[in-house]
Design a protein around this ligand. Structure first.
Ligand SMILES: [Ca+2]
Ligand SMILES: [Ca+2]
Ligand SMILES: [Ca+2]
Length: 235
């Protein structure tokens, strides 16, 4: 089952289940593709006779993103999907925002382990899950009174992300978070250099797989080998 809707990102907006702004597959041009087989990801070489097809979505009609997100947040991706496995979609945000230390470090005399997790502007990269319907619990009757509410927010990532996608890439009916990693040195607009797959563990995300180093600038999920399950494409 595939379920992701890319609401808005640095690479395109309102990509409702289609991993790019056009109907065409990303297999055109320079790309690499990976599929999950035998408990690992294997690079595959698609052919012109077997082009990738955009994956279908499960969650339609994404709600508007709450308008009161902090102005200091640079939202790079927003995905409407169920990553936590409870059957209810949340809004998954890829955010760069001003770095803050762990509160507990104010009592520590040792250097913070996350001290270097920021770019030249002092911004760090975070995955944040927010409630897509926060107003429903407040008694408000319309989305106009929406205010954002975090379900889960990760601390500064040691390796920042350039782009994220989500979908079930191993066919177990649970969605994974697929991330294009970059570097704080190159910043949020720099090229990516690895793909990583993360899975929700009940408290946060556990990395399941990480690709070899290979520079790329974007990712998408398409079914390349025709088995109905999304594969990862980078370019
Ligand atoms: Ca959920
Ligand atoms: Ca899965
Ligand atoms: Ca496939």
């Amino acid at each position: 089952m595939i379920s992701f809707i890319l609401l808005c990102s640095s690479v395109g907006c309102l990509e409702n289940g289609k991993p790019g702004p056009s109907e065409n597959s990303h297999l055109e041009g320079k790309h690499r593709a990976y599929t999950f087989q035998d408990n690992t990801f294997i690079e595959i070489t698609p052919s012109s006779a077997n082009p990738g097809t955009p994956v279908q979505t499960s969650f339609q009609d994404p709600p508007p993103i709450p308008g009161d997100l902090p102005s200091s947040w640079d939202m790079r991706n927003a995905i409407y999907t169920d990553l936590t496995g409870d059957g209810k979609p949340e809004i998954v945000l890829l955010v760069w925002r001003p770095w803050r230390d762990w509160p507990i470090m104010r009592w520590s005399k040792t250097p913070s382990p996350i001290a270097g997790f920021h770019d030249m502007d002092g911004d760090s990269c975070h995955i944040i899950l927010i409630d897509p319907h926060p107003y429903e619990d407040t008694g408000a009757t319309s989305a106009s009174s929406r205010s954002y509410r975090e379900i889960w927010a990760g601390s500064a990532l040691p390796v920042p992300l350039i782009q994220i996608a989500a979908g079930d890439i191993d066919g177990d009916d649970a969605n994974e978070l697929i991330a294009l990693e970059g570097t704080y040195t190159n910043g949020r607009d720099g090229a990516g250099n690895r793909m990583a797959v993360w899975r929700w563990n009940g408290f946060g995300f556990t990395m399941q797989w990480r690709s070899e180093q290979a520079e790329c600038t974007g990712l998408a999920l398409e079914d390349v080998n025709g088995d109905g399950i999304a594969d990862i494409i980078t370019w």
